[in-house]
Ligand binder design. Sequence first.
Ligand SMILES: [Zn+2]
Length: 426
Amino acid sequence: MDQLKVVLTPITKKVGTQNRVGGVKINIVASGKKVSVVGSKPQPAKLELIEVPKGIDAVTVERVLYALEGTIKSDASSGKEVPQFDAVGKAGKFLVAAPDTDFGVALEFDDGTFTVSKSAGRWLPLPWQSEVDEDKQMEVRARLTVGAEIEADIARNDSFDIPMTHSAVPDEGKNTADTSDYFGVVTVYSKTPAKDAPKLPIPFKGKTLNIYIEKNIGEDTAGYDFKQVTAALTKIFTDVGLTPIKVHEIKYEDTDAQKIWTLRKGEVIAQNVSDPEGKIQPKEGVDIPFFDFWCFTRQFGDPPEDEVAHSEALNPNNQVSVAAVTKRIVAPIMFYTKKGKPYQNVIKKLLNKDDANDFLATVVAHEIGHTLGLRHPLKFDASTGKYGLAPRCGVMAQAGPDDAGRFAARLFGPMHKAYIQKNLPP
Ligand SMILES: [Zn+2]
């Protein structure tokens, strides 16, 4: 009997000895010579992409990730009957996870079989999941429904297997002297701490996460509302188990701040640092609770391109005391909100004013993430085999709006969440 079958072909690029997946090409073929089961009159049809459980956390039942609706018929104009799936005017529907994930693959429809609107979406978001190791893969299968009947079910169609480990990836996509294993699908995260990360684990048990935000940051940022920034930070850190959290709005002149900080050359730094641009001596810096994070803004030299803040600096000789749960701090988190290109480009120009609070909270969380040793996630480009900084959407990705031009508070990506929960045990 003639039957249809959905063919899923991975779009891969070989990097070293590994085939890394960047996308999937979709085709429908007839297993016999005639597509008699479909007929020459268009019938309603639906193509679904379904994640199948394969030993990865969170997935115990099949879940439909994506559905494309249209019509299907057989076409013999080329002398050979081929299926024609017409989805013009119908957008593919993403059914799970989007937009709160940056795992996904490019979707390519065979243009001999499919007619799909440009707006249909060429990206299949895949759910964030963390319990992956070298043996684990994500498995996606297809189901084709014609009329009310399932014409080709997942068991008949190809399986599309996506290995989730990318071995020996250079830090930032370019530092080949500092490589680690990354995990994910196209957007990938390292669980290996950055080279200059403080020694972990440090137990969070019994502690409070304190975040001190200088009022000036708010006053210099349109749309700032302290309560909303606090709510966004609480959401981000509750998600990784760092609760209780207390956010404080402070001034540089406050007594508590003056116990730690001073101003030198326009920058806020720890009081006993003699030369912030020179070599930091072992005793320099102030020992403060490890889970305290201070955020200031001052008008100082031109910040690096497109950066909105820098993370805190610990004394490189004497970073943390695990026993005392303290860190020897040299400089706090600093926001470039005063003036200059980054602020103008990123915070003011790219952002809807209503999103400034979520944006500020996400940047604070990003800089805290760096103290914990988190690296930036990377995006794999299957056309070149190279890695670049991921544009969205985990906390540690680059700053910037989503496809709709909005910025909602982001969460730590699944690998980073697993890293935090392991290294800062509650
Ligand atoms: Zn960063």
